[in-house]
Design a protein around this ligand. Sequence first.
Ligand SMILES: C=C(O[C@@H]1C=C(C(=O)O)C=C[C@H]1O)C(=O)O
Length: 357
Amino acid sequence: MSDEQLKSHRDAIDALDTRILELLNERASHARAIGEIKGGGLVYRPEREAQVLSRIKATNRGPLPDESVAKLFREIMSACLSIERPLTIAYLGPEGTFSQSAAIKHFGHAAVTQACASIDEAFRVVEARSADYVVAPVENSTEGAVGRTLDLMVNTPLQVCGEVVLRIHHHLLRKDPSFDGIRRVYSHAQSLAQCHEWLNKNLPAEVERISVSSNAEAARLASLDTQCAAIAGDAAAEKFGMLKLAENIEDEPNNTTRFLVLGYHHTTASGRDKTSLVMSAQNKPGAVHQLLSPLAEHGVSMTKFESRPSRTGLWEYVFFVDIEGHTGEARVQQTLDALRERAAFVKVLGAYPVAVL
Ligand SMILES: C=C(O[C@@H]1C=C(C(=O)O)C=C[C@H]1O)C(=O)O
């Protein structure tokens, strides 16, 4: 390509960038006007954001891939919203955890992320209105439910208003560039379990596996001790300046974690939604079968079913169920009415748009 051809493309890009900049600011002024109409009330609208992202993906004609344009628009909405007021998102810290990555994936980089020492604390700061939303892990495709989040959801006054799905890649991190002299490996218990086979094959049996409160905490500890390594992701590696001795060591190549977003927030229907419930069955034969039969009768699909000890009585259980649809839909309301008639306890945890990104 000649210098002249290069110059003409660069001139075209400069002219387009000027137009894009103008358009972005024009867009931002509409978002601001909406904020003024809402008069300082809640500006964040997860169902509207899901619709914007779905529409962008559906109308994209390339050459940019759908995922890339959706990510760009995620950031544009995040920036537009933050000129009203940046949202504060509580998560299991320290900085560099997958929970923080999930918060940024869902709310964009203009949101303020607030690290908390535990999932409990992340719920508490939102319950006390010191932060707007909490993003908490709820299930992993390899290791199953995150029990603490499920337990907290039973009693919290917060409602689920969104979900985030994040591919989880783990790496073996260390300050030292060799495998020699590793005595201990730190990680979150879930991550140790997700890399169990890799650890058995690749590290001597005497290397101790120590579970700590989060992956980023594991990376922080290993950054202070040359005899230690950590299992954590890219964000933690970067944050604590760790070397990757082995990459993508998760046993399952599709290792994915689902997070829920909770706040004092009722989301209206986006057109593609889920409703999360927790309920208990009476302790008698056929109770669970009976409990779930309204779903089949009303043609409502179940996307998740998880049982947990109820914590109040020995061998009593609560059931976490996700169904397709929104509580604003008649079919879902009828199903809920039928469930309430049968179950000893039913709580709607929230209705929210299916993750788009
Ligand atoms: C502009 C609005 O408010 C916020 C900003 C949005 C955007 O920038 O597109 C979308 C939804 C809301 O989070 C709206 O309600 O449409």
